[in-house]
Ligand binder design. Structure first.
Ligand code: HEC
Length: 177
């Protein structure tokens, strides 16, 4: 057909060549992401405490923040309200047991990670690292897992051993660091 229609062939070639040039380039969407922007999203804290930021907080500091920002949902002193209790609870026995922080959670560092990324419910990521350390210290202290004056920071928090630390079966023990 193009032998009988050179104009059509030229048009097709022009289209194919310009399309190839367009696709050879990046789509030019978005913008480069700076290391500072990545750091703001990179907030994982691992069980061994890696990823914990600088800062420190005591149970007494945490108690004040708790009353202002948490007690409406988790109840006075963390014993439960419209949302889960953060203090108390029996050790888990089976799948239907209540899964509390003291009775179920295997790692203390998860508390820091969870509060920092998710709480308060209506305003996640609004707390400073100091406030998160203080709230973590308050909740651990109310659960009698640390002393009333123990400050939590990147060094002390990973050393807090949770009661259910050995309650999980590791599926691939040889891959666990
Ligand atoms: C507006 C309500 C609300 C407020 C305020 C709030 N939370 Fe929560 N929180 C929740 C809900 C909902 C959950 C999910 C678990 C549940 O269903 O109770 C939760 C879960 C948690 C958990 C995990 C509990 C578990 O055993 O799984 C922690 C820890 C926690 N919140 C800490 C805090 C802290 C600390 C504050 C204050 C900075 C706070 N929350 C403020 C609603 C709230």
């Amino acid at each position: 057909m193009f032998t009988r229609n050179p104009a059509g062939l030229a048009a097709l070639l022009t289209f194919v060549l310009s399309a190839a040039m367009v696709f050879a380039q990046a789509p030019n969407l978005g913008k480069p992401v700076s290391p500072a922007e990545i750091a703001a999203w990179d907030i994982n804290v691992l069980p061994d405490g890696s990823g914990l930021p600088p800062g420190s907080g005591t149970p007494a500091d945490g108690a004040r923040i708790y009353t202002a920002k948490c007690s409406a949902c988790h109840g006075p002193e963390g014993k439960g309200g419209p949302s889960a209790r953060l203090v108390g609870g029996e050790p888990v026995k089976n799948m239907s047991s209540e899964k509390t922080i003291a009775g179920f959670w295997p790692y203390s560092t998860t508390l820091f990670d969870y509060i920092r990324r998710a709480m308060p419910w209506q305003q996640p990521r609004s707390l400073t690292n100091e406030e998160v350390y203080a709230l973590t210290a308050y909740i651990l202290s109310q659960n009698q897992l640390i002393g009333e004056r123990d400050a939590m920071n990147a060094q002390t928090l990973p050393k807090v051993r949770m009661p259910n630390r050995d309650g999980f079966i590791v599926r691939f023990p040889d891959r666990t660091p």
